[in-house]
Design a protein around this ligand. Structure first.
Ligand code: FAD
Ligand code: NAD
Length: 405
């Protein structure tokens, strides 16, 4: 009898969790497993703000996919997915195509610019290793160039971060540590540097605990970060941005670096493939399958699950992507074995910790508020846990964060 073929698209948190759990649960005689990813490496998306600021080398945030898969059981194909032909059970890659019996879509998120003019052209987004490297290099270049020009342009030393969600705040925390280093390295007066965070909502980290928000804002302000709250980015220009506070208070902010951290969406491959979605996120069934497609699962940032308590979607996080990967693997194993009763996914929210740089953080973990060194320690443990869940103890030893005391 022909073995079914399970194809997993994307080797991020959701995809790798599915693959590493499936390789334990499925025998070689039961199914073929194929994992497809653009690069031959996995990156810790949750560490990209560090690589972007230059506080952590980009090689620390990635590892070879082949180090965590069992190559006897999982075939790795390096390729870029262009489209999924759902009617034909076929995935079109840039360099060929693959047919499947079961498909897992785990292609992650993309930056959402909401059609704001100029953002795609002039702003950076913290989305992958290439982007992180480019942001780090760009900022460093501005510092390196500042003292070489006869007429010094202060906007070279201005950085705008759009959005004070978790990504924006974590990136600002890293910048706050990196800027003094850059000033020393390039003989730049620290007081000439401006880091401005522009947030459209009336508060930083909308929806998060106000006491923790206040802690984060005052911590970052002390380190020189300026916040413009209730102010929205309206347009990006080659040398800055246009913001508006309310209807009439429109202002131009000159800055050579604009980092847009104000929105994420699911992968556009979803819409390109004609799969029903909201901003690239598929409202999956409780068993993580796509409605009307019994052999297609979606996990991670491309999926959308409603939190029934508040009737709003759960935010897309690595935490939920990894938990989905575990359930997805069990459900596929059940289908391969001819069982039709599948497990319902239930998110077990273990909390949220937001770093404020190397040695400070805020968070709610196991229902308790934490700040400072304790929260920072917890954040590093969470980072190490993700490595452990996918790559085991050896990956923690290789890539883990141990600078905790
Ligand atoms: P990803 O982990 O992003 O993986 C997607 C994979 O698909 C990548 O390997 C990519 O290369 C690949 N891929 C994409 N397109 C293609 C294609 N066309 N063809 C082939 N391969 C492709 N969440 C938390 O829970 N905690 C945190 O602390 C946290 N911190 C974050 C910090 C930052 C700076 C950012 C940006 C996000 C953070 N998040 C955090 C959110 C979290 O990173 C995402 O929700 C999570 O990465 C989603 O996992 P995923 O498996 O869906 O996608
Ligand atoms: P987000 O959508 O959570 O936050 C974006 C912020 O940008 C919001 O505060 C929004 O009000 C603001 N904004 C939107 N349009 C704007 C505009 N035109 N001008 C100025 N501000 C504008 O996005 P994110 O912070 O990138 O987070 C994405 C996902 O990743 C979330 O689910 C988040 O929970 C997760 N994440 C988690 C962590 C963590 O747990 N430590 C860290 C980073 C990201």
């Amino acid at each position: 009898m022909r073995k079914p073929k399970i194809v997993i698209l994307g080797a991020g948190y959701g995809g790798l969790m599915t693959a590493t759990r499936l390789q334990k649960q499925i025998g070689v005689n039961e199914a073929d497993i194929v994992l497809v990813n653009k690069n031959d490496y996995h990156y810790e998306t949750t560490w990209l703000h560090e690589a972007s600021a230059g506080t952590l080398h980009h090689d620390r945030v990635r590892y070879d996919i082949r180090d965590v898969i069992d190559r006897q059981k999982v075939e790795f194909v390096q390729g870029t997915v262009e489209e999924i032909k759902t009617e034909e059970n076929r995935v079109i890659l840039e360099n060929g195509d693959i047919v499947y019996d079961y498909l897992v879509i785990a292609l992650g998120g993309e930056s959402e610019t909401f059609g704001i003019k100029g953002l795609k052209e002039y702003a950076f987004s913290i989305v992958n290793v290439n982007a992180a490297r480019q942001i780090r290099e760009h900022i460093e270049y501005q510092f390196a160039t500042y003292n070489t020009e006869a007429e010094k342009k202060d906007e070279r030393l201005s950085i705008v971060v759009g959005g004070a969600g978790f990504t924006g705040i974590e990136f600002l925390g890293e910048l706050a540590n990196r800027i003094p280093e850059l000033c020393r390295e390039y003989d730049v007066d620290f007081h000439k540097v401006k880091v401005i965070c522009v947030e459209a909502a009336p508060t930083v980290l909308p929806g998060f605990d106000p006491e923790l928000v206040n802690y984060a804002v005052s911590y970052l302000e002390k380190k020189g970060i300026e916040f413009r709250i209730g102010t929205a980015i309206k347009e990006a220009l080659p040398d800055g941005i246009i913001v508006a506070k309310g209807e009439d208070q429109v202002e131009e902010i000159k800055a050579s670096t604009v980092v847009w951290a104000a929105g994420v969406r699911g992968n556009s491959i979803i819409e390109k493939s004609g799969i029903e979605a909201m901003r690239g996120r598929v409202k999956v069934q409780p068993d993580l399958r796509v409605p009307g497609h019994d052999n297609m699962f979606v996990v991670g940032d491309c999926s959308l699950i409603i939190n029934e308590e508040i009737n709003r979607p759960y935010p897309p996080t690595a935490q939920i992507a990894m938990q989905q990967g575990e359930v997805c693997a069990r459900n596929i194993a059940a289908l391969v074995r001819g069982k039709n009763e599948l497990e319902t996914f239930k998110f077990d929210n273990k909390g949220t910790v937001c770093s404020l740089g190397e040695d400070d953080a805020i968070g709610v973990a196991f229902g308790k508020k934490i700040v400072g060194a304790k929260a920072s320690f917890m954040k590093k443990m969470i980072d190490n846990r993700a490595l452990y869940m996918i790559g085991g103890a050896s990956m923690v030893l290789k890539k883990g964060k141990f600078n905790i005391f």
